[in-house]
Design a protein around this ligand. Sequence first.
Ligand code: AMP
Ligand code: ZN
Length: 137
Amino acid sequence: MDCIFCKIINGEIPSEKVYEDDKVFAFMDINPLNDGHVLIIPKSHAGTIHEIGEDDFLAVMSATHKLAAAVRKALNPDGINLLQLNGKAANQVVPHLHVHIVPRWSGDGLTVSQWEIVAGNMEKVKNVAEQIKNSLK
Ligand code: AMP
Ligand code: ZN
């Protein structure tokens, strides 16, 4: 498979590994948004949240929980953003599912989690909630 993150897992492409278990691999992002920017990926290739099985996804999230604690212990950030992008429209660049751990410091200037708060149309919010609830059935 011609996937850059699969190649990182099998060692064809070097990486700064920080964690590995039977289902998950975690390594440093080479274009860090801040010190301590870590990527957590499933070993079994899945493009997005729509392709990954629940077991592998839970393993990724469990490792993310462990690594967030380690990043906090190591770097003492003021906060941490978890980012997980699915699809080109969501700005996903590498098509192998990954969670970003981005440590944050007050005043670091990153805009990654900033958006303008605009009041919603509550009629529309309610209709969309109904659609989602119906889709869970
Ligand atoms: P995304 O927009 O969520 O798909 O982000 C992909 C991330 O992968 C970016 O933050 C890149 O800096 C990172 N990245 C791409 N290639 C590598 C690599 N070879 N080693 C480590 N990180 C990488
Ligand atoms: Zn892959």
